[in-house]
Design a protein around this ligand. Structure first.
Ligand SMILES: Cc1cc2nc3c(=O)[nH]c(=O)nc-3n(C[C@H](O)[C@H](O)[C@H](O)COP(=O)(O)OP(=O)(O)OC[C@H]3O[C@@H](n4cnc5c(N)ncnc54)[C@H](O)[C@@H]3O)c2cc1C
Length: 467
């Protein structure tokens, strides 16, 4: 029996018991079958029911709702979109970039609106994101981000530079030289959102079958998904497996799973929470300008939920429970916290970690998320959010519902709709390339720390990630 509480601090802190719903009982007929009960699948089901309540929706999940990244993430419900605004402008023009930016900003509020309307108590707190610059190189990079935003017509209200004096009040880290602030982010409890959404979708009439792994998908006029327990035949199949997609037959090179790792600390005392900075105490999410991403939030009960990248990519896009722990990253995270906040943690030993976990995020070869429907094949899909999926999945779900129902809306003309990414290289090139890229990111951070200047290595990474 899988220990679902052990998946993450979030799953462990749910009040409900996590008991799998029944498996697929045999062959079933539906209008839409959704593979995967994470946010993408569940939001799609939600908006299908909102727009066309008579649609027969079946969700088929390998484990339980929220088992994947949706039950494990950092809880940044943010307007970040994996492809930068500069890139969107380059590839699709300024108008399309602004349309995407507006859609993402609105999506943060939409998640809060639906959670409130449907009684999903996911601790939604929209307090923005603070990013601090703690070296000359980080300052140059964050200032360049703000300058670029201004050049593209993105205003101060969306992203602003914060001088050192203000930044170190918002986030009381060491060596703060300034930073950025955006209001477009809410901190949430990820598992409460995923599990709450599953219950809402069921109330709307969708059927969710758990412990029902999809082994094969057939395409055509009446596509089907096959499990050991039976098959679901429908008008459309929606693939909502994101970081797990490479494990589906025929999809091995669509997306790679890259692991992100997290820790949660014991609840801090009220005074300690205040000492993290005014914005953090009020629920703002935070990070700094390093290349090897870190991300955090303070939970309503005063824990630091803190994560970082840097775990290696596993050969052949393998996904295994043991990969959810990575000693190197899990031991670096408390060190990073004690370096950021020495007033709160006098030594790394004072960072009392109660939970360590990780999970896969999905990356397309060009680091560009997409949402698409292939009407001839009867298959729709969304993903490749590169770790910025908490809000983006809601936009994906709304867009997938529109596409499946044949509705032409503002959402269906956004630039990521129908975007086709190239396939990943075959192994061993994929393994060597991705892990080489990860090493370069660590190297760029080390070089910049030493020299204080932006590293040339960073521009090589930029080329790799398409930014
Ligand atoms: C540690 C971590 C931290 C993150 N932090 C953030 C953050 O702070 N902010 C942010 O925006 N994003 C973050 N992300 C990314 C974000 O969580 C994801 O982008 C988002 O949850 C993706 O949702 P999804 O529904 O597409 O995929 P998932 O939630 O991964 O759901 C996919 C589901 O498909 C199921 N499945 C897989 N294979 C099959 C099969 N063959 N048959 C049936 N079911 C199957 C899985 O069990 C899973 O439940 C983080 C991710 C991780 C792992």
């Amino acid at each position: 029996m899988t220990d679902y509480r052990g998946i993450s601090f979030w799953m462990d802190s749910l009040e409900e018991e996590i008991v799998p719903r029944p498996s697929l009982p045999g062959d079933v007929d539906a209008d839409v079958v959704i593979v995967g009960a994470g946010y993408t699948g569940l939001w799609t089901a939600y908006y299908l029911a909102r727009h066309a309540p008579s649609t027969r929706v079946v969700v088929v999940e390998k484990e339980v709702a929220g088992f994947g990244a949706s039950g494990r993430n950092g809880g940044w419900c943010s307007a970040l979109f994996a492809a930068s605004d500069a890139r969107l402008t380059r590839e699709f023009g300024r108008e399309a970039m602004h349309a995407m930016r507006r859609a993402m900003n609105d999506t943060v509020d939409e998640v809060g609106r639906v959670a409130a309307a449907e009684g999903i108590d996911c601790h939604f707190r929209k307090s923005g994101t603070v990013s601090v610059a703690r070296s000359a190189a980080q300052e140059a990079a964050l200032r360049a981000e703000v300058d670029e935003a201004r050049m593209l017509g993105i205003g101060e209200d969306d992203l602003r530079w914060v001088e050192a004096s203000e930044a170190s009040v918002l986030m009381r880290a060491t060596s703060v030289r300034g930073g950025t602030f955006t209001p477009h982010c809410a901190a949430i409890h990820p598992a409460r959102l995923a599990r709450g959404l599953a219950a809402v979708v069921e109330r709307q009439g969708a059927q969710i079958f758990e412990k029902s792994e999809v082994l094969e998908i057939s395409t055509g006029v009446r596509p089907s998904v096959f499990t050991r327990h039976g098959r679901v035949t429908a008008g459309t199949v929606v693939i909502a497996t994101e970081g797990y997609t490479a494990r589906l037959a025929g999809h091995g090179r669509d997306m790679v799973p890259l692991y992100s790792m997290m820790i949660a600390t014991e609840p801090l005392a009220g005074e300690q929470v205040k000492a993290l900075g005014d914005a953090l105490a009020a629920g703002a999410t935070f990070n700094d300008g390093r290349h090897m991403l870190i991300y955090g939030q303070v939970t309503p009960d005063g824990r630091l939920a803190f994560g970082g990248r840097g775990a290696p990519y596993h050969y052949n896009s393998e996904i295994r429970p043991e990969f959810d722990r990575n000693d190197a990253v899990h031991s670096r995270l408390p060190v990073a916290l004690s370096e950021l906040f020495p007033d709160v943690f006098a030594s790394v030993g004072e960072v009392r970690v109660t939970h360590r976990w990780g999970g896969p995020i999905g990356l397309h070869r060009d680091w560009f998320p997409s949402v698409a429907l292939d009407r001839a094949a009867g298959v729709a899909a969304a993903g490749g959010y590169v770790g910025d999926g908490v809000a983006t999945t809601n936009l994906a779900g709304r867009t997938l519902a529109d596409l499946v129902l044949g509705r032409t809306t503002d959402l269906t003309s956004l630039p990521w709709v129908g975007h086709e990414s190239p396939r990943w290289e075959a192994e061993p090139l994929r393994f060597l390339g991705i892990n080489g890229g990860l090493r370069l990111m660590s190297l760029a951070d080390r070089l910049e720390e030493r020299s204080g200047k932006p590293s040339r290595v960073a521009s090589v990474i930029g080329r790799f990630t398409g930014h």
